[in-house]
Ligand binder design. Structure first.
Ligand code: HEC
Length: 130
């Protein structure tokens, strides 16, 4: 009875090297796809993406702010129950600011559900605070 041939070992070394190179390339492509495509998509949900594509109006955002937020953050966003929001866009990026407004993760600040345009307006207002 002849022993089964071990195909791998019988291949010339050059061929094995090209297999390793091909696998390495595939792994590299998979990593790049993960970093460039999958992670950012997981990072930003459809609501956030839609909001970030819109141009906000600081004037409309200011109106929304006085109605919904000023009770805690003060009429001029100077801080009251909630913190002073001047320069908040230097502490938090747009995604984090949206999360802050919609998530309700930091009570007593409630979770708001503004339409994407209203959220874009609130962002524009927050950016307008010196
Ligand atoms: C019931 C009170 C309350 C209301 C209403 C409220 N907030 Fe807040 N907000 C807070 C409190 C308290 C914090 C601090 C939360 C923490 O970090 O623990 C906060 C934090 C924030 C922060 C982060 C501040 C920082 O320094 O990182 C932002 C931005 C913010 N609020 C925006 C808004 C906006 C915009 C609205 C209106 C849509 C709003 N808040 C309505 C109480 C409130």
């Amino acid at each position: 009875m002849t022993p089964p041939t071990v195909t791998q070992a019988n291949q010339p070394p050059a061929q094995r090297h090209s297999l390793v190179a091909a696998l390495a390339t595939l792994a590299a492509v998979a990593c790049i796809l993960l970093v460039v495509v999958v992670l950012p998509a997981a990072h930003s949900d459809p609501y956030t993406r839609q909001t970030l594509h819109l141009t906000g109006s600081a004037t409309d955002g200011g109106r929304l702010f006085r109605l919904n937020c000023a009770g805690c953050h003060g009429q001029a966003a100077q801080g009251l129950v909630g913190p002073d929001l001047h320069g908040v866009d230097r502490r938090k990026n747009d995604r984090q600011l949206i999360q802050q407004v919609v998530s309700g993760r930091t009570p007593p600040m409630p979770s708001f559900q503004p339409e994407p345009q209203a959220m874009a307006d609130l962002l524009a207002f927050l950016h307008s605070l010196p």
